[in-house]
Design a protein around this ligand. Structure first.
Ligand code: TYD
Length: 211
C-alpha cells in the first residue's frame, strides 16, 4: 500500500498558519484521508514532555536539554500517531515538526542547525516531510498580531524581539537549504490570499498522490 503524504507547516509566531490549517482541514476532510496533528499531538508521554518545556517557571532550562526534550516528544508522537497513519495511506498534516527545532533550538538558541539535525535524525529515522509550508512573516508583524489577539502568550512568545528575528533568519536559511521540500508562503498578505495559495498547492499534491 502507498504511504500517505507527510505535510508540515512552519513559521514564526503569529504567522497565521494555525488558522489556515483549520480552514483547510474543514474543506478537505472527507475528500481525502487526512489526519491533522501537532506536536505533542495528544499522546500522553509527548504531552508530559512538552509541559516541562513550555512551563513558564523553567527559565533556567539548558538549551541542549530543551532540544533533546523536543526530540523525545517528537519521536513518541511520530511512532504513536504519525507513522501508523502514514502506513494506512492517510496523509498527515502537522502544525510544526523538525524545522521548528532546527530553527528555534539550532539557529536561534545557537546550538547549530547541524547538531540539532543530527539528534533529530536519530529520533525520526528519515521520516522527513514530503512538503513543508513555510509561513514567512517579519517578526514585528507576527508579534503585533499575537498582541492584538486573545491567544495565550507562552514562555517562548516572551523572548526578546531579537530571538524572533533569528527565528525568521533561520527559516530563510532552511528554505534555501531544503528548497526541494520547503514551499514559501508570504504570510503578510491578507488571510484569503494566503489561504488560496496554500489550498492550491495542497490540492495539487493530494490529487497527484490519491488520483
Ligand atoms: P505553540 O503555542 O504551540 O506555537 P504556535 O502556535 O506558534 O505553533 O508553541 C510552540 C512553541 O514551541 C513555539 O514558540 C515554537 C516552539 N518550538 C520549538 O522551539 N522547537 C520545536 O521543536 C517545536 C515543535 C516548537
Amino acid at each position: 500500500m502507498n504511504r500517505g503524504l507527510f505535510i508540515t507547516f512552519e513559521g514564526g509566531e503569529g504567522s497565521g498558519k494555525s488558522s489556515v490549517i483549520k480552514k483547510l482541514i474543514a474543506e478537505l476532510e472527507g475528500k481525502f484521508p487526512l489526519l491533522l496533528t501537532r506536536e505533542p499531538g495528544g499522546t500522553k508521554i509527548s504531552e508530559e514532555i512538552r509541559n516541562i518545556i513550555l512551563d513558564k517557571e523553567n527559565t533556567d532550562m539548558d538549551y541542549k536539554t530543551e532540544a533533546l526534550l523536543y526530540c523525545a516528544s517528537r519521536r513518541q508522537h511520530l511512532v504513536e500517531k504519525v507513522i501508523p497513519a502514514l502506513e494506512k495511506n492517510i496523509s498527515v498534516i502537522s502544525d510544526r515538526y523538525l524545522d521548528s527545532s532546527l530553527v528555534y533550538q539550532g539557529y536561534a538558541r545557537g546550538i547549530g542547525i547541524d547538531d540539532v539535525l543530527s539528534i533529530n535524525m536519530f529520533a525520526i529515522e528519515n521520516c522527513i516531510p514530503d512538503i513543508t509550508f513555510l509561513f514567512c512573516i517579519k517578526p514585528e508583524v507576527g508579534l503585533n498580531r499575537i498582541a492584538s489577539s486573545s491567544r495565550e502568550v507562552n514562555r517562548l512568545d516572551l523572548e526578546k524581539l531579537d530571538f524572533h528575528k533569528k527565528v525568521h533568519d533561520g527559516y530563510m536559511e532552511l528554505a534555501e537549504r531544503f528548497s526541494d521540500r520547503i514551499y514559501k508562503v508570504d504570510a503578510e498578505k491578507p488571510f484569503e490570499e494566503v489561504y488560496e495559495q496554500v489550498q492550491k498547492k495542497m490540492l495539487e499534491k493530494l490529487k497527484e498522490h490519491y488520483e
